[in-house]
Design a protein around this ligand. Structure first.
Ligand SMILES: [Fe+2]
Length: 124
C-alpha cells in the first residue's frame, strides 16, 4: 500500500484510491526521467549515455500512459491538457486566451461539492 496517503485509507473510495495509484505512478515515472536525464548529461561514456537516454524515453512513455489514464477520469485535467498541450503560442498567452487566469479553471463547482474526479465518465 502506498505510504503517501494524506487521508485515512478507509475513508477513500476505490476511485480515489485508483487516482492516487495513478498519480503516484506518474510522479515516480517523472522522477525516474529526471534521474536518467541527469545521468545522461554527466556520463562521459557515449554507449552508457545512449542506454540511459533510451531508459529515460521509456519512462516518459510510462508517464504518458499514466497521464492519459488520469485524463480520462478527471474532467478538469482533460480540460487543461486540451488547452495547453500541442500549442505553439506563448504558454501564458494561451492561459489568457482561455480566459482562465488564476481562477482555477472553469470549474464552477461550489465549494465542497463533488470534484468530478473518478466519476467513471470519460474513456474517450
Ligand atoms: Fe517506468
Amino acid at each position: 500500500m502506498s505510504t503517501t496517503y494524506h487521508e485515512p485509507f478507509d475513508s477513500l473510495s476505490e476511485d480515489a484510491r485508483n487516482i492516487h495509484r495513478a498519480l503516484a505512478s506518474v510522479i515516480e515515472e517523472l522522477e525516474a526521467v529526471d534521474w536518467y536525464h541527469q545521468r545522461a548529461e554527466c556520463t562521459q561514456d557515449p554507449e552508457l549515455k545512449e542506454i540511459v537516454l533510451h531508459n529515460r524515453d521509456e519512462e516518459l512513455e510510462h508517464a504518458a500512459m499514466g497521464l492519459e489514464w488520469l485524463r480520462r477520469r478527471i474532467p478538469s485535467l482533460d480540460e487543461h491538457l486540451r488547452t495547453y498541450l500541442f500549442t505553439s503560442e506563448n504558454i501564458l498567452a494561451v492561459e489568457e486566451s482561455a480566459g482562465d487566469g488564476e481562477s482555477g479553471g472553469s470549474n464552477t463547482s461550489a465549494p465542497g461539492s463533488d470534484l468530478g474526479i473518478g466519476s467513471g465518465k470519460g474513456g474517450n
